[in-house]
Design a binder for this molecule. Sequence first.
Ligand SMILES: Cc1ncc(COP(=O)(O)OP(=O)(O)O)c(N)n1
Ligand SMILES: Cc1nc(C(=O)O)sc1CCOP(=O)(O)O
Ligand SMILES: [Mg+2]
Length: 201
Amino acid sequence: MKLDPFYLIVDSAAWIERLVPLGVNLVQLRIKTVDKAALRAEIRKAKALCAQHHCQLIVNDHWRLAIEEGCDFVHLGQEDLQSADLSRIRAAGLRLGLSTHDHAELETAMAARPDYIALGPIYPTILKKMKWAPQGVERISEWRRRVAPTPLVAIGGLNPDRLNGVFAAGAGCAAVVTDITLNADAEARTREWIEKTDRWR
Ligand SMILES: Cc1ncc(COP(=O)(O)OP(=O)(O)O)c(N)n1
Ligand SMILES: Cc1nc(C(=O)O)sc1CCOP(=O)(O)O
Ligand SMILES: [Mg+2]
């Protein structure tokens, strides 16, 4: 499976409505609210928008709702994995991306035979507090060797100037939140990401 090299992560269907029509092919809906009805509505809207624009939607964390809403790809972290029913996820035909931050997590993740492995944070991130120091791009090359042929996603503190480094080190895909969502012109920044990732598409 080949992932698009540009992986946008947003926290609402409204962001998807705004940015996906610009030509985004891969987007994650990452919502941390616990309001199930609101989550379901967001997932449903995101799914419809992505279908309309031929964009792959990946639902973060909420695998039960993703199954119920007929989505086909989820992302889980290691804590999510502890309570997730992988056989239900697979039986429902969903693909699965997993987070990793160290060797032990990589071993756990690979045992689940995921459709991609994410490694982070490559650089410092302001999105959330993390217990891991930045991995650096060298760690991407090590992960590439360990996970191949499983696709490898780099995440954390990425911006257009850092893309050459992460792809040269062996990532097949670069995920981003704040470089786009906190940008004064999120549309222009999204176009820049699409253009700068084109040579790896
Ligand atoms: C592509 C990608 N990589 C890593 C994560 C982080 O997942 P997780 O560790 O479960 O943390 P939360 O995002 O749920 O806070 C991700 N969401 N996407
Ligand atoms: C959600 C997330 N997960 C990470 C991990 O390392 O698993 S880093 C991260 C935040 C990514 O946001 P930004 O592009 O703004 O740094
Ligand atoms: Mg999670």
